[in-house]
Design a protein around this ligand. Structure first.
Ligand code: ATP
Ligand code: MG
Length: 444
């Protein structure tokens, strides 16, 4: 892609209305644009990143055997009246009337909708377990939408739902999602820590929030540092291994402020391991048993001829919030340098030729290099503008494409000036550069 033809409206300075670095950067490099309070249009750069995050989330859901569906954004109030949440949800729910005067709503979450789908389709324990998910826009009329897409009113969420025959089986499903979340955030190059959490309006008795550390986060957290050293790479999708994996995390005190208890914290965590800080909630999983299935009559036939309500859990990931969360984790705002993890970068590599009116040989060279890159499925952004070199580099450092090739007038021969943002420049052949990037891509 040629920069001159791309829709990347860059601002000279940080917009004054943005208070945190992700909001600043997203406006600065034109990743999104506010449409109205808490509602955003996604422009090419931001949209590419979000779609890549979505795809990683999807792959990790599929890996644990969850099946993708798509439920509508607009729901009927009827099912919410059955669960009792039509009243309870309060002012955060956007309520709409259609032309027949029917009460509709823009879904803030989908427990009711998915329970309705389940109860009208499956009747036997033999069909269990079922893990269903969708990735869809949500609307919550947040009292204080802020920090850009971090706390929007309209936002993009992956929400999954599990249906099981017993508590024991349901915990197994819960643990599958627990593992899948750890894997997902790792592929996004984030360290997300599972923390015991309150269940809030979803209800229920077992719940974890997945939180990444950030000074600008809205969740206060209290944790035993040692939890950061844990790893889950080799965990199998088998009942016992998953249970042990969750126990490994749960052995360390790690909670958000709703669950915080000072005496307990000081009793179980030695002083040198205590960490009190702030974080961003990027995912939240809940087990709530038959809360919805009972209220809405979602039951299955059991082996002995009896019936029982299915045991359910729900599992959310804030896909649009993750775009901001990755920026909070990776953007060095003092030096104005962003580096996207390659797994979600808007482009794999930036080509920066030095150009002036009389001499476009460096641009020609960039275009030739790009032909090779395309053959190898490497997506590049070529700065074909005639700006001076240092402003070109400044701009690319803000956009955050992780790799750069700098093509000077004098660059001849086979070796190219190759740079990974934040590291030293190397002289490498194009073949070697392609190999490096492909290897990095495959490792994710
Ligand atoms: P929060 O505590 O941040 O308000 P929540 O607990 O209400 O979030 P959940 O119902 O657990 O949110 O939703 C699942 C995920 O959706 C959250 O972990 C978060 O990543 C994301 N999310 C929730 N609300 C918003 C929002 N207003 N804007 C962007 N993402 C959101
Ligand atoms: Mg939550």
């Amino acid at each position: 892609m040629l920069l001159s033809k791309s829709f990347i409206p860059i601002l000279k300075n940080n917009p004054s209305e943005a208070k945190i670095k992700s909001h600043q950067l997203m406006l600065r490099v034109g990743m999104m644009k506010q449409a109205s309070a808490g509602i955003y249009s996604w422009l090419p750069l931001g949209f590419k990143v979000m779609k890549k995050i979505e795809e990683i989330v999807r792959q990790e859901q599929n890996k644990i055997g969850a099946q993708e569906i798509l439920m509508p954004t607009i729901q009927s109030s009827e099912i919410w009246k059955e669960s009792g949440r039509y009243e309870d949800y309060g002012e955060e729910m956007l309520r709409i009337k259609d032309r027949q005067n029917r009460e509709m709503l823009y879904g803030p979450t989908n427990e009711e909708q998915v329970t309705e789908i389940f109860r009208s389709s499956l009747k036997s324990y033999k069909s269990l377990p079922q893990l269903l998910y969708h990735i869809q826009w949500k609307f919550r009329d947040e009292i204080r939408p802020r920090f850009g897409i971090m706390r929007g009113r309209e936002f993009y969420m992956k929400d999954a739902y599990s249906f099981d025959i017993s508590d024991e089986e349901a915990f197994y499903s819960y643990n599958k999602f627990f593992l899948s979340y750890l894997r997902t955030f790792k592929r996004l190059s984030l360290t997300a820590i599972p923390m015991a959490a309150d269940t809030g309006p979803i209800g229920g008795n077992l719940s974890h929030e997945f939180i990444i550390l950030a000074e600008t986060g809205e969740s206060k957290i209290f944790t035993d540092k040692r939890i950061f050293d844990l790893n889950t790479n080799e965990t199998e999708l088998e009942k016992n291994s998953l249970e042990q994996m969750r126990k490994k995390y749960e052995q360390y005190y790690s909670v958000t402020d709703e669950k915080f208890n000072k005496d307990e914290f000081e009793k179980v965590v030695s002083e040198e391991n205590r960490l009190i800080t702030k974080g961003i909630e990027v995912g939240h999983i809940f087990y709530f048993g038959d809360k919805y299935s009972k209220a809405m009559g979602a039951s299955v036939d059991l082996p002995g001829g009896k019936k029982d309500f299915v045991k359910m859990g729900s599992y959310g990931i804030g896909v649009s919030r993750l775009v901001g969360a990755i920026i909070e984790a990776k953007y060095d705002d003092k030096n104005e340098i962003m580096k996207w993890p390659l797994s979600v970068a808007p482009y794999d590599i930036a080509l920066v030729p030095m150009i002036n009116k009389n001499d476009t040989s460096a641009l020609d060279k960039a275009i030739n290099i790009n032909k090779e890159l395309i053959k190898n499925n490497i997506d590049s952004l070529i700065d074909d503008t005639e700006e001076n070199f240092s402003s070109k580099i400044k701009k690319m450092n803000l956009i955050g494409v992780p790799y750069q090739i700098i093509i000077g007038k004098s660059s001849e021969g086979d070796l190219l000036e190759f740079k990974e943002i934040g590291k030293e420049t190397q002289n490498l052949s194009l073949t070697k550069i392609i190999e490096t990037i492909k290897k990095q891509k495959n490792s994710n």
